[in-house]
Write a protein that binds this ligand. Structure first.
Ligand code: GLN
Length: 487
């Protein structure tokens, strides 16, 4: 593997600035690497020519001393972000030929700061899933112990695998119930889900609009902080995007955890969670103590309802959002004798099983007579879950939990849907409450598979989350290049 592929964001920026290598050279290295890692099935579309052109512009900027914040950084984009004149499919057959005429706000911000678009990354269809197995073009393979054909997690499985296999320096993903944090944990990288509203949703294919958030997947905390700074900020095109000031997140990284109170919710020690993951969590508690933090036991009793609430709210919003794929306005059309038959055929052929299931659940919980019984109740419990977090954050600064109940499982091994949904049991509560969270890699389990832990914080305190995450990163010393990673 080329040495250039080992560099993180700040090292790359410095290397190009010092003329040790050019942005074009670096981009070529990544494009070669993408070829070599093709068996992992991560990229749905590689925009090689465009990437080289962008890299040439980056090199010019360095020459003129006008380099921007991410000048020359090669990035992979989850296929949920619309990219102008590059096919965008949400990993679905129904959008297999959709080429947007516009660019999502988040990706646009990255290109405007000089980042380079390597291409589009596979995900679960319309981001519905936790294993990347619902992708129309087949699953992605986790780069760790790749011969064992394990899941990279989902739905941002392609994004996490691309960063972990060094086929992108950074990637962007979306997280509705855990889709950045869970794949980051499975692939041994850092995944940040910002506060709801921190990043614009404009131009991102909608799954569940009250939960969807964009965020970075990176090799370390500092890269994540640099990426988020560029991705975040108010956008007049998204009325739910926040006006909150976007600080320089890198300024938080060296502050340590001395004097901070870290809450450990007892409800997250549930049955069925891997012993090794619990051990990693204990190890992180020790890191915190050694660095002067105070550990506080807390309780979030409504956690047990979070998944049930999520699987009412998210499908309800999805069923409404996905109504637009009707064979008229976007993508696939399968003709029929009448308009209704055309709709039915198009949606029947275009959507995969998981998406159809969500549309059916969603339509059911929104239908008259069931709306009050399911949807309204779920919304009330959602508010109570949020209130519960607010109360706990009066006592502690941050919360530590495992990111996932298990490490990566073998592809095709989860037959039972509820077991699959349980993957998100630790990530979903933060999504419902709209609060920020990060997954940071800590260890490898006895099978050599990555383990991550999650830090949750108050709304708009991503800086503090990075600060705490950095202490974990420095103490754990997780090595993305160790035995078992993709060579
Ligand atoms: N796995 C969860 C789901 O299937 C979350 C997905 C996501 O965050 N996009 O809905």
């Amino acid at each position: 593997m080329s040495e250039l592929l080992r560099l993180n964001v700040s090292q790359v920026l410095e290397g190009i600035r010092k003329k040790e290598f050019s942005a074009v050279e670096l981009t070529r290295c990544y494009l070669d690497r993408i070829e070599k890692t093709k068996v992992l099935n991560m990229y749905l579309e590689v925009s090689a020519d465009r990437a080289i052109k962008m890299a040439q512009i980056a090199d010019e900027k360095y020459k003129n001393n006008t380099a921007r914040l991410l000048e020359g950084i090669p990035i992979g984009v989850k296929d949920m972000f619309c990219t102008e004149s590059i096919k965008t499919t949400a990993s679905s057959k129904i959008l297999e030929n959709f080429v947007p005429t516009y660019e999502s706000t988040v990706s646009k911000k990255l290109w405007e700061e000089g980042a380079i678009n390597l291409g589009k990354l596979s995900c679960d269809e319309f981001a519905m899933g936790s294993s990347n197995e619902t992708a129309a073009k087949g699953n992605v393979i986790n780069p760790w112990r790749s011969e064992e054909k394990r899941s990279p997690g989902g739905s941002s499985g392609g994004s996490a695998a691309a960063v972990a296999s060094k086929s992108a320096l950074c990637a962007i993903g979306t997280d509705t119930g855990g889709s950045i944090r869970q794949p980051a944990a499975f692939c041994g990288i850092v995944g940040m889900k910002p506060t709801y509203g921190r990043c614009s949703r404009w131009g991102i294919i909608a799954f569940a609009s009250s939960l969807d958030q964009a965020g970075p997947l990176t090799r370390n905390i500092s890269d994540s902080a640099t990426m988020l700074k560029v991705m975040a900020g108010h956008d007049p095109k998204d009325s739910t995007s926040s006006l909150e000031n976007v600080p320089n997140f890198n300024d938080f990284l060296d502050k340590g955890v001395k004097g901070l109170k870290i809450g450990i919710p007892k409800e997250y020690d549930r049955k069925g969670i891997s012993e090794e993951i619990l051990k990693s969590k204990e190890k992180v508690i020790d890191f915190f103590k050694q660095n002067g933090a105070e550990i506080v036991n807390v309780s979030l009793p409504l956690t047990k309802y979070a998944l049930s609430v999520y699987y009412i709210v998210a499908p309800a919003e999805a069923s409404s959002n996905l109504a637009r794929y009707d064979g008229v306005r976007y993508g696939l059309r399968v003709d029929g004798d009448s308009l209704d038959i055309m709709y039915e055929k198009t949606r029947g052929v275009g959507f995969g099983d998981e998406v159809k299931r969500r549309i059916m659940i969603g339509t059911y919980v929104l239908s008259s007579g069931y709306y009050d019984a399911y949807y309204l109740k779920a919304q009330k419990v959602r508010r109570l879950i949020k209130n519960e977090f607010d109360e706990v954050f009066k006592k502690v600064n941050y919360i530590l939990t495992p990111t996932t109940p298990t490490t990566s499982f073998k592809l095709g091994s989860t037959q039972d849907l509820l077991t699959m949904y349980l993957n998100d049991v630790f990530t979903v509560p933060a999504s419902l409450a709209g609060i920020p969270g990060i997954s940071v890699p800590v260890d490898l389990d006895k099978n050599g598979l990555p383990i991550g832990v999650q830090i949750l914080g108050k709304p708009f305190d991503e800086g503090g989350i990075f600060q705490v995450g950095k202490v974990i990163e420095d103490s754990a010393n997780f090595d993305l290049f160790s035995e078992g990673s993709y060579k």
